[in-house]
Design a protein around this ligand. Structure first.
Ligand code: FES
Length: 106
């Protein structure tokens, strides 16, 4: 089962297991990881699942869609490596993916 590593802005680190086919957002919420709210449940209408994909993993995740880019404009402190984690589907290739969490969600 792939592992996803969430790192809070404080440096607190949470390594969680998630089934392939679930989203990175679900990896956080199913494991009660702080920092991911996911108000819309993954419908791409809230931007409260914002995270920063670690630079070492950027080339391994699929690119953002136009709709995701539009929603990210409403996120707090968006950066080039910003993603809405509900839009990243976990595969075995993403085992060990590191996602940094913002100070707070928008
Ligand atoms: S959970 Fe709402 S946009 Fe990702």
């Amino acid at each position: 089962m792939p592992k996803i590593v969430f790192i809070e802005s404080t440096g607190a680190r949470h390594t969680v297991d998630v089934a392939a086919g679930h989203s990175v957002m679900q990896a956080a919420t199913e494991n009660f990881t702080p920092g991911i709210i996911a108000e819309c449940g993954g419908c791409l209408t809230c931007a409260t699942c914002h995270g920063y994909v670690d630079d070492a993993w950027l080339s391994k995740v699929p690119p953002r869609s136009r709709d995701e880019e539009a929603m990210l404009e409403g996120a707090l402190d968006p950066r080039p490596n910003s993603r809405l984690t509900c839009q990243i589907v976990v595969t075995n290739d993403l085992d060990g993916l590191i996602v940094h969490l913002p100070v707070r969600q928008s």
